[in-house]
Design a protein around this ligand. Structure first.
Ligand code: CUA
Length: 161
């Protein structure tokens, strides 16, 4: 049995507890809090989106409480087929929304207030996330990656009734 100094042993035990705590937090974030990483689900040519599913961005209803939102981010707006400075979609609470998004120019962000949606939209890559809206409210979609002089104008609204 090798000799380990008493203080060194305390130090190793402390490190073990801290590492165990981090591991437990990681497991809890996935199993208890439902944290998911946004997954790259496909690649597209950002200069030829007209040949893809994202040719006509917009909201489609898949079943009674399930929707898909296709979004093309560009300098400096979120395009999902709704005109206006701050485009808006409206859903009933309890609805699930699959977001399928990409960028056609530079890297943008896609963050939904008070929900577990935080994606980078990288040109050439399709990002996808599912979210359920359980509470009525107004939730902004915000670009949280600096993308140029109009960055602060990239904002949209999800209204949950
Ligand atoms: Cu798009 Cu910041």
């Amino acid at each position: 049995m090798i000799h380990i100094h008493r203080l060194e042993r305390y130090w190793m035990i402390t490190v073990g507890i801290v590492m165990g705590g981090f591991m437990a937090a990681l497991v809890a974030s996935v199993l208890v809090y439902g944290v998911r990483l946004p997954t790259p689900v496909g690649r597209v040519d950002p200069t030829h989106l007209e040949n893809t599913d994202l040719a006509t961005p917009g909201l489609t209803q898949d079943s009674e409480h399930a929707y898909t939102l296709r979004v093309v981010a560009k300098m400096w707006q979120f395009d999902f087929g709704v005109k206006g400075q701050m485009p808006k979609i409206t859903l009933q609470h309890g609805s699930s929304l699959k977001i399928v998004a990409t960028s056609k120019d530079v890297t943008h962000g896609f963050y939904v207030e008070q929900h577990n949606v935080n994606m980078m939209l990288v040109p050439g890559q399709i990002s996808e996330m599912d979210v359920v809206f359980t509470k009525p409210g107004i939730y902004h979609i915000i670009c949280h990656e600096y993308c140029g002089p109009g960055h602060q104008n990239m904002i949209a609204v999800i209204e949950v009734l």
